[in-house]
Write a protein that binds this ligand. Structure first.
Ligand code: SAH
Length: 392
């Protein structure tokens, strides 16, 4: 196996098990192909670990195993074990008769850079984010099969191709094929997911815990679920006895999904209305009075440069909700921009509260659920934060 050697004085990041090797930290780049698995060594020839190579990019290697012992990382057994270490968390704490959809592998969060694997009932949707995981795709498919998942669908992200020349593929990559339309259950609520045409891998699995929380505040409430996508928060609120729920999303396809999901769960039509509209416009013009508003927008800041504009967007959105909500109302507000830190998000919401001149208390602070674990050595993996607020 070819070696990548870390420069003298640059070992600190690797003692701290950070998974990314930046080009500046490398003493010697090997002659190897993009995606190849390399062993990583210190300048004084001690084995540090193993990683996927990506020459010519900023992050030249993504370490997936920190070890001082030689390990057969080119074997099926190794990858089956790795997947097993991710599966055990989900099997113990998430998978149940009530929930059969979850993230099985969360890339660096599961010490598996370059792989996202989302389970929808009996089907797994995978995203191969780097060339390294594309090259070991058969190990991944075989490992999934060992854990009982025979239907594997590949859904490439558009940016992947640009970054590392991964083929942008979409389609079944297992021997067995399934259907792109899958019914899942999450905390006892049913959803129809389309893995081919849906957003992300088909469903927003990362809000499962926050959806549970909304049930505690929904009984008898008039709820406005903005950026509703397929109606996750709406259906939980209805299940918990909300009087009326309005779902707002600019995507017509999302609204069609909500309609299917209402039907699947036997919701009475008079309990729910959908609006295929821009949330900012909707909230500003609506005459409706709500007891509970959910703000779960897409990532406004995809890059560090976008943070100031995104901050203004979050502030405006929260301010509008604070102006509209009934006294004694609840606002669930989220940001999934990785570049907007938890502290910054709280400052933005504070600014909106001050402008609204209302007394606001934080009742809960939410984060991503345990199937989106955060690798303690890789804080970059944390992206989702939320506040549940009581507005006097
Ligand atoms: N809360 C959802 C996930 C939200 S994802 C869930 O629990 O599943 C963000 C959604 O916002 C997407 O469905 C997207 O179509 C929608 N969206 C993005 N910009 C919008 C806008 N300006 N107005 C309305 N919807 C918007």
């Amino acid at each position: 196996m070819k070696k990548l050697i870390i420069k003298k004085g640059r070992e600190r990041a690797f003692i701290n098990r950070h998974p990314w090797v930046y080009s500046g930290a490398v003493q010697e780049l090997p002659e190897a192909e993009i995606g190849e698995i390399l062993s990583v060594y210190s300048f004084d020839n001690r084995l540090i670990g193993y990683g996927f190579y990506a020459p010519g990019t900023q992050i030249v290697c993504r370490v997936f195993e920190y070890t001082a012992e030689e390990t057969d990382v080119l074997s099926q057994q190794y990858w089956t074990d790795k997947l097993g270490k991710a599966f055990v968390i989900r099997e113990r704490f998430i998978l149940s008769g009530q929930t059969n959809a979850f993230r099985l592998v969360n890339a660096e969060g599961d010490f598996f850079p370059g792989l996202i694997a989302d389970v929808y009932n009996d089907t797994v949707v995978i995203q191969l984010l780097i060339k390294g995981t594309e090259l070991i795709k058969d190990f991944i498919i075989n490992a999934l099969e060992e854990f009982g998942y025979k239907k594997v669908y590949l859904k490439a992200k558009d940016v992947t191709g640009r970054l590392e020349g991964v083929k942008t593929l979409k389609g079944w990559i297992s021997k067995e094929e399934g259907s792109p339309e899958i019914e899942i259950v999450e905390n006892g609520v049913k959803f129809q997911v389309n893995i081919e045409t849906g957003q992300k891998t088909g469903f927003f699995l990362d809000q499962r815990d926050a959806r549970m929380l909304i049930k505690e505040y929904s009984k008898g409430a008039k709820v406005c679920n903005t950026f509703s996508y397929s109606g996750g928060f709406s259906l939980y609120a209805l299940e918990a006895g909300a009087e009326l729920v309005h779902s707002v999303d600019s995507s017509k396809a999302a609204i069609e999904l909500i309609d299917k999901n209402l039907e699947l769960n036997g919701v009475k039509p008079e309990k729910h209305e959908s609006y295929a509209e821009d949330v900012f416009k909707f909230l500003k013009k609506t005459e409706n009075k709500y007891d509970l508003i959910v703000l779960d927008p897409p990532a406004f800041a995809k890059t560090a440069k976008a943070v100031p504009n995104a901050s203004r967007g979050y502030k405006e959105l929260n301010l509008t909700a604070f102006r509209k909500i009934n006294p004694g109302g609840i606002v669930f507000t989220f940001s999934c921009s990785q570049k907007i830190t938890r502290d910054l998000f709280r400052k933005i919401v504070f600014g909106a509260a001050a402008d609204a001149k209302r007394n606001i208390r934080i009742l809960h602070q939410t984060t991503q659920p345990p199937d989106h674990p955060i690798n303690i050595y890789h804080p970059e993996n944390e992206y989702l934060k939320g506040l549940v607020l009581y507005v006097e």
